[in-house]
Write a protein that binds this ligand. Structure first.
Ligand code: KG4
Ligand code: ZN
Length: 360
């Protein structure tokens, strides 16, 4: 990438229930590897010029979860105004944009298709090439953007509503998934526990709010796979344990303190597993930094626990600001910037297709 003139990227994200667009400017020194494997001199300068998110939470909370077809219809309605606002907020015209970036997958296929086909139509009309971005790469890079000294190797815990994975990042080009969930994702478990307790969608923030006033030691829920000699996770057994516990009580008359204790004990069990495995990977791979991302990275206990433990381990800890934890287009633009920096050649609209199972 020619580093002298900043490149302007228009990024689009529609993988689930947020219609999002962002404009970023990208400039930086040449991708010269630095001697000690640190980001240092080879780092990009990424500036977010605008970021717009149109949430569908109200629409889906009536149904207690995301209904794919409803989400897709809302994306169709929202995408043009969201993109126009992102351009207007950044004070750019579409003609000033060099590249389009769009989430290609993974995600809900009806939702992904709206963003991808919109980007393709825009590409056809404006002759701008497209950078198709893996949504998980967006989450993975979301804590990296504004940090000037990323220290490798890095262990990244990516925890969202659809995924839970531990990734060994040797640099922004070289990463390897060490393990992932074999059933439910961590965020999905939070959402399901919330549903059991009749809390509104999305459940993660509601469970963690109730947990703040509860006793995390009140109920000894299982910590699945915490001692397994691999980096996979499993949250479905934990969720079922909460279900059985709730069923053993009078579900229609659960005292607030009981619900607080259930949330706190569940949250503690989930966080114990996530933190234990992340730290084990950090030790095994002699990580110099640990990062946390995805919707569940907004969880205060998870953040605090990783901050404290990384300090003890003397490794740097990175997490995105709150606005970059849940789905947004800024992180998709950031991932596209790193891809360009690493020599990726943007593609013609003719070759791009949404892929709900796209792997990292
Ligand atoms: O990354 P994201 O916005 O969407 C996916 O790519 O899946 O993550 C959404 C997930 C939901 O499951 C939501 O309940 C969870 O992140 N979440 C939280 C918190 N905030 C959002 N989970 C636990 N504690 C939170 N504070
Ligand atoms: Zn996500």
């Amino acid at each position: 990438m020619n580093n002298k003139v900043p490149k302007i990227i228009l990024a689009i994200e529609t993988s689930c229930d947020e219609t999002a667009a962002a404009v970023l400017s990208v400039a930086g020194p040449s991708p010269r590897p630095s001697p000690r494997g640190r980001g240092g001199k080879g780092l990009l300068m990424i500036k977010t010029l605008s970021s717009v998110i149109k949430s569908q939470i109200k629409l889906h909370s009536k149904m207690g979860g995301v209904v794919p077809e409803v989400a897709a219809r809302a994306h169709v309605k929202n995408i043009l105004p969201v993109v126009k606002k992102a351009l207007a907020d950044a004070k750019y015209l579409i003609s000033n944009i060099q590249y389009l970036a769009v989430t290609q997958g993974p995600g809900l296929i009806p939702s992904l298709i709206v963003g991808v086909e919109f980007a393709k139509a825009l590409s056809f009309a404006t002759k701008k090439a497209i950078i198709p971005v893996n949504h998980m790469l967006g989450h993975l890079y979301s804590p990296f953007g504004k940090i000037s000294n990323i220290q490798y190797p890095n262990i990244s815990l990516v925890v969202s509503g659809g995924h839970t994975m531990l990734v060994l990042v040797k640099n922004t080009k070289d990463y390897k998934v060490l393990g992932q969930t074999v059933d439910d994702a961590a965020g999905e478990a939070f959402d399901k526990v919330a549903k059991l307790l009749k809390l509104p969608y999305p459940g993660g923030p509601e469970v963690s709010k109730l947990a703040e006033k509860g006793n995390p030691m009140a109920i000894n829920f299982p910590r699945p796979m915490i001692n397994a000699k691999n980096y996979n996770f499993s949250f479905s057994g934990l969720k079922t344990a909460v279900l059985y516990y709730v069923q053993s009580l009078d579900t229609n008359n659960l005292a607030l303190s009981t619900r607080q204790d259930i949330c706190a004990s569940f949250q503690q069990a989930a966080v114990d597993v996530l933190v234990t495995k992340t730290l084990r990977a950090a030790k095994e791979f002699k990580a110099k930094s640990v990062s946390l991302s995805g919707g569940v990275s907004a969880n205060k206990l998870l953040r605090k626990s990783l901050i404290v433990n990384c300090k003890l381990l003397k490794v740097k800890f990175m997490a995105p600001p709150m606005n970059l934890c849940t789905d947004n287009a800024e992180m998709i633009g950031m991932a596209a910037a790193f891809m360009l920096h690493n020599g990726y050649k943007p593609k013609s609209y003719k070759t791009i297709k949404a892929d709900s199972n796209l792997e990292l």
